[in-house]
Design a protein around this ligand. Structure first.
Ligand SMILES: Cc1cc2nc3c(=O)[nH]c(=O)nc-3n(C[C@H](O)[C@H](O)[C@H](O)COP(=O)(O)OP(=O)(O)OC[C@H]3O[C@@H](n4cnc5c(N)ncnc54)[C@H](O)[C@@H]3O)c2cc1C
Length: 353
């Protein structure tokens, strides 16, 4: 039996599995998915888990069942590329592979800021987002929350908390001169106005020096607060960073046009761990996953894989609570209810698939 092991059942990993099953796996191929969670996690919804406004069940989906697929649920500890084995904390026997897909996503980048790792909440894993939701939910009336980082996830977290808890004092620390640096000016202005109207204090030009249990120190001023949520940057999963393969300047694994590691063509990398000209997103991981499935299907069936076509990414969509939002639709910046509905539609389609 030839063994294909997929590390991570997130947007990239699950897409590869589903597409391979659609194409029919050769009978001598067995697939193992390794993930810490016994379900597919909808990371794009973690902002609502961290705000405590959505049930756990709305942010996860069951993995598919198939005779040629099995699952190992546990924390991956090491990837031994020499012996072609994966060590998982819950299992004594290592998981052996002939073909490997690395689909482990990303984690917080604390940029070496003292206290950031120890004293902030996170939206980068299900368990950390749940912990954040609990901390926010347990805040007494008029408690203080700081969100560090005003990219897509920081904006979504701050606005979701605001909508559900009008009493809280919410502060958003933004490194740039405007929120959402990667978006159009129209969207930036709309979101800035939303925060002003909804009484969220936005501090621009932030430069967090250190974080303590009960506060954040920024540009020489220490703000006392009860909960600090870190959304100020990500880096690839440490397991991918530690691989003995070439990385780019963002610590992502360099791959060839077939998403294979050039030094080890039986190893494929997808999503947040793979070097790409595009910014990391669920959409990118899903589209790459579809292409990797085509390539793997050919390789496993002994055919020559075709070089994938250029990716066609649609714009990103963001939420400002449950009935307002922003994003790029048909290459145009759009704000208000329409992009919010479109975001819910994308989620519905993903769950349905
Ligand atoms: C709050 C928030 C909102 C976002 N909104 C959007 C959006 O609107 N649109 C968009 O396109 N993107 C969005 N993103 C980004 C998007 O979620 C990621 O880019 C996407 O999830 C990357 O897919 P992936 O397959 O690389 O990794 P993931 O989907 O993160 O999957 C990684 C998998 O690996 C598992 N894993 C990791 N480490 C281990 C380990 N050591 N042991 C076992 N299992 C492990 C995880 O449990 C997970 O299932 C958002 C992200 C956040 C945090």
């Amino acid at each position: 039996m030839r063994k294909l092991v997929i590390l991570g059942g997130g947007y990239g990993g699950l897409k590869i599995l589903l597409e391979l099953l659609d194409k029919e796996l050769p009978k001598d191929v067995h697939v193992t998915i390794v993930d810490r969670n016994p379900y597919h996690s909808l990371k794009t919804e973690f902002y609502a888990i961290a705000a405590g406004t959505e049930a756990d069940t709305n942010a996860r989906i069951s993995f598919p069942e198939h005779d040629q697929v099995d699952y190992v649920f546990g924390e991956i500890e090491t990837i031994d590329t020499e012996k072609q084995q994966i060590h998982v904390n819950e299992t004594v026997e290592p998981v052996n592979y002939d073909f490997l897909v690395i689909a482990l996503g990303c984690e917080d980048n604390y940029h070496g800021i003292p206290g950031a790792n120890d004293f902030t909440e996170s939206v980068q894993s299900f368990s950390r987002a749940r912990r954040a939701g609990l901390a926010v939910g347990n805040l007494k009336a008029y408690g203080k929350v700081s969100v560090v980082g005003a990219g897509l996830s920081g904006i979504e977290v701050a606005s979701e908390i605001r909508e559900s808890r009008p009493d809280l004092n919410i502060r958003l620390l933004d490194r740039g001169e405007t929120v959402l640096r990667a978006f159009d000016t129209k969207i930036q202005e709309y979101v800035e106005e939303w925060f002003e109207k909804n009484d969220v204090e936005v501090i621009h030009g932030a430069n967090v020096e250190y974080v303590e249990k009960d506060g954040v120190c920024n540009n020489g001023i220490c703000y006392v607060n009860d909960v600090t949520i870190w959304t100020a940057g990500v880096r690839p999963n440490h397991l991918a960073r530690e691989l003995p393969y070439e990385k780019d300047s963002q610590e992502k694994v360099v791959v060839n046009e077939l998403y294979q590691v050039p030094e080890a063509p039986h190893v494929y990398v997808v999503g947040d761990c793979a070097s790409s000209v595009h910014s990391p997103s669920a959409q990118l991981a899903g589209q790459q996953g579809e292409q990797i499935a085509d390539i793997l299907d050919a390789v496993l069936k002994g055919k020559e894989p075709e070089e994938p076509k250029e990716l066609k990414l649609k714009g990103s969509l963001g939420s400002l609570g449950k009935s307002d939002g922003f994003g790029n639709m048909l290459q145009k910046p759009v704000t208000g209810l329409l992009p919010r509905l479109a975001k819910s539609g994308v989620l519905w389609l993903h769950k349905r698939h």
